[in-house]
Design a protein around this ligand. Structure first.
Ligand code: G6P
Length: 620
């Protein structure tokens, strides 16, 4: 989703800004722009629709002068189409102020009307331009009242933000104050990288990591005024606050593609190691215990909880559904998994002793964040299962279990999903053991969990076989993914993956649900992917397979290694190593991820930057 990079310091701003935008490309965007102020106080703007390379072309055609301060943006359209006029930065009426914005100004209609009545005209259809005009208007009012040119940028931004309803992360520069960068946040992340005589501000650590590892995370309603030689943080109400400088946990090399053709494939293959990192120091096989330091301070509340609510969006929601089965099956506690976007607005009932687990790779998904806030407001204990350290959700929870999957760049989430499931498995073992689970069952699950990374390494060898199978069906526009029990959420995830990156229409559902309607879709040759591993519902899944075959559907079965019978029911079988049923989703999802990947490559799709999608969705 939209990205911000801003710079002030001794280096030239333009390369830092443009390279920073490239680091944010993975988040998804449709246009980009940059504004710099040269030392003489002139403001220069370049914008382009499409890729950052188009912006680079625009700069090459009309080079920017040397400048040491600037702001830049990748836009993912919300208000107004994908046009150069709608791309950020936006200027005020006097072309003196430039502003970039992530988030949504909800009352922009009211503000726009107010400004139009004062004679302002707008070049774009965006909510952001309204904000830049408003800042300019208030700046001019202050200048007129005080009879001087400024500096009023800070005051004008504060005054404008007081009028705004909605969410924002903004960066603003003004040609009257050519050494000053003002940034502010409410609901959209902003991180300030603190270098030597320079500051790089970005909405995502990916754009900062190559410059410095010292960062300040702005909180909601906070802002900063940044000059090369001076730095202050205040609230929007102008109360000074002391910034806390923290260490970035990610490293530059973790963003490197290495020998892989796409980030998605790299991240699929990283899963065994991601899981090892996720379980390190937490799954103690010899002692037979689960150690979760991040939640130890609330461990009594977790063990005595009457109810767990698991919430997230997209892939994180699917991990939550697996968690729902795990918590009820292993921890024996009433659990519900719900879309964060639905949870927030349905006025949920939260009784005493309720734990809400917010599941999120980015830790910034707005729906998940607000669901968490709603649960907290009503008294729930808030736990995070988050990948990005220091992200908003991670900071707003009472306690949490980081995924430690490493940076996930591919838009289609893969390693975060398996680590989310691993975290929820550890949580259910942790709670379960302290409630009703015997040591022997606990140990058996721990032993099986420890074996998963190696099993997964072996499993990844099926990539070519999955590619060959996928090739046979890749022209088909409709696919079904079916599973039962623990594999029902995996079926949903398989369908989501293939939709996201290969644009094939796919549906995932519980296998039994098929005959309540979707069976009408099955026609000769339609690919139907079954997760048919050995487990409590194996026979029932086989019956469902026969129902599909009877109608001419082409079954692709994900089955347990050594299962000879399954070949009688399916021509296409991908074998996965055997493990205990609650852990099977960790393995069964891998062939489905590979299937989606190969389908996208075979169809010539842009795997890592699929159309219309954003990696981190920070608007509702
Ligand atoms: C977007 C991404 C999905 C992701 C979902 C939730 O839709 O494209 O891949 O699963 O957001 O993101 P989160 O960062 O909260 O896990």
């Amino acid at each position: 989703m939209c990205g911000i990079v801003a710079y002030v310091g001794r280096k030239l701003a333009q390369p830092v800004l443009v390279e920073g935008l490239k680091r944010l490309e993975y988040r998804g965007y449709d246009s980009a722009g940059v504004a710099v102020i040269d030392p003489g106080g002139r403001l220069h703007l370049r914008k382009a629709v499409g890729r950052i390379s188009n912006l680079e072309d625009a700069i090459e055609n009309r080079p920017l002068p040397q400048a040491h301060i600037g702001i830049s943006h990748t836009r993912w359209a919300t208000h107004g189409g994908v046009t150069e006029a709608n791309a950020h930065p936006h200027l005020d009426a006097g072309d003196a102020i430039a502003l970039v914005h992530n988030g949504i100004i909800e009352n922009y209609h009211v503000l726009k009307k107010f400004l139009e009545e004062k004679g302002y005209t707008f070049k774009s259809q965006t909510d952001t331009e309204v904000l830049s005009m408003l800042v300019g208007h208030l700046y001019n009012e202050l200048a007129a009242a005080r009879g001087s040119d400024g500096p009023f940028l800070l005051k004008a931004v504060q005054a404008a933000l007081h009028e705004v309803e909605g969410t924002y992360g903004i960066a603003v520069v003004c040609r009257n104050e050519p050494d000053t960068l003002v940034v502010a946040r409410k609901g959209s992340p902003l991180i300030i990288g603190v270098g030597d005589d320079e500051y790089v501000v970005a909405s995502d650590a990916a754009a900062i990591v190559e410059h410095t590892s010292r960062v300040i995370y702005l909180n909601d309603n906070e802002m900063a005024v940044i000059r090369t030689d001076q730095f202050t943080t205040t609230t929007i109400d102008d109360i000074e606050i002391s910034p806390v400088v923290q260490q970035l946990e990610v490293k530059l090399e973790e963003y490197a593609l290495g020998d892989f053709e796409h980030y998605m494939l790299k991240e699929i293959f990283e899963q065994p190691n991601a899981l090892r990192n996720c379980m390190r120091g937490r799954v103690e096989q010899r002692e037979g215990r689960i150690v979760l330091g991040g939640i130890s301070k609330v461990h009594k509340e977790l063990v005595n909880a009457k109810r767990f609510i698991l919430t997230g969006q997209g892939t994180a929601f699917h991990a939550g559904l697996v968690g729902d089965y795990l918590m009820e099956d292993l921890a024996k506690v009433v659990t519900e998994c719900t879309y964060a976007s639905e949870f927030r607005y349905r006025n949920p009932i939260i009784e005493d002793s309720t734990v809400c687990v917010a599941i999120s790779q980015s830790g910034e998904t707005i729906d998940t964040l607000w669901a968490l806030r709603e649960a907290k407001e009503k008294g729930a204990i808030a736990i995070g299962a988050v990948n990005v350290v220091g992200s908003t959700i991670a900071r707003e929870t009472d306690a949490g279990i980081y995924l430690h999957a490493g940076p996930e760049v591919g838009v289609a989430s893969t390693k975060a999903f398996t680590c989310q499931m691993a975290v929820l498995t550890m949580l259910s073992l942790y709670v379960g053991r302290r409630r009703f689970m015997s040591q022997s069952q606990h140990q058996e699950l721990i032993d099986a969990m420890v074996a998963i990374p190696e099993q997964m390494e072996r499993l990844l060898n099926v990539s070519q076989q999955v590619c060959d199978i996928t090739r046979q069906f890749v022209e088909r526009e409709n696919w079904l993914f079916l599973g039962r029990g623990y594999h029902y959420p995996v079926a949903l995830e398989g369908a989501l993956k293939i939709k996201e990156i290969s644009y094939i229409h796919a549906e995932g559902m519980p296998a039994a649900e098929m005959k309540h309607g979707p069976i009408a879709l099955i026609n000769p040759g339609m690919p139907v992917v079954f997760i048919a591993t050995k487990g409590s519902q194996y026979e029932k899944v086989v019956s469902n397979i026969e129902e599909v075959r009877a109608r001419g559907g082409e079954v692709i079965a994900i089955a347990t290694e050594g299962d000879k019978d399954i070949h009688r029911h399916s021509r296409h079988v991908v074998e996965i190593p055997h493990t205990l049923e609650p852990l099977q989703p960790l393995l069964s999802v891998v062939p489905l991820q590979l299937m989606a990947y190969h389908a996208a490559v075979l169809r010539g799709c842009n795997v890592d930057k699929p159309r219309n999608l954003a990696k981190s969705v920070t608007v509702e």
